[in-house]
Design a protein around this ligand. Sequence first.
Ligand code: IPD
Ligand code: CA
Ligand code: CA
Length: 263
Amino acid sequence: MNLNAIDRYAKSLIKEAGHKIRVSFFSTIDIDSKADANDLVTNIDREVESFFIERVRQDFPEHKMVSEEGFGDEISSLDGVVWFLDPIDGTMNFIHQRRNFAISLGIYVDGVGMLGYIYDVMRDELYHAAKGEGAYFNDERLPQLEITPLEEAIIGINASWVAPNHRVENEKIIELVRRCRGTRSYGSAAIELAYVSSGKIDAYISMRLAPWDIAGGIVIAQEVGAVATNLKGETPHLLGSDTFIVTRPGLHEEILSNYIRLK
Ligand code: IPD
Ligand code: CA
Ligand code: CA
């Protein structure tokens, strides 16, 4: 398998899809809701996903596609080549802000993340990595992450987990929020992963993410020495939704053992 050729192909699809998304703002966008009133999807999410899937099925018919809007394949194992695609990660931002959303793509071979991409469409910023070859922000190589103490760390976390909720003990999360330097919430898991990988924030925690939210970002994060697991400390399994944490080295163990109590 020629991973370099797949890498070039994936990058060109991402750039073409990004152009389609930017152009979509010149016409009316249709907005629907899915599981609940705040779980939004647009015709652009669906069109971008279909665009990727049609191309990949035509050019790599043996590859599997796992994607959010239902045009991809149902998989029960990670055997072979699997593309994990979120056509727009941060749909609420796409609709309300017209920025702060990304195309998220990870390409795995027999369960091993080989290629990862997070494309911040409006900033034209592509975070990308190939396993063993380092991670990049556009053409710039990202440095290895260094250890930062929690007191100097910025943590990406959604305020939902600070309020009482049924997934995690919020009193412990309040302690974490008080102890760290500051918190941020960008509304796109992919962008938060890209920001951990490029040192803009130091950790990102979520109680529920899907494989397409994290698959690409994990490949990038691992290339710069970040640690990505679920909140039990296990490797994310990518066959269904799970909890998630990614941090620069040193913070992972401290946050998991002292501040996370799953219910
Ligand atoms: C969502 C975003 C959000 C995260 C949600 C995801 P979507 O993805 O990544 O930041 O908190 O859990 O579902 O629906 O915009 O693709
Ligand atoms: Ca998503
Ligand atoms: Ca999405």
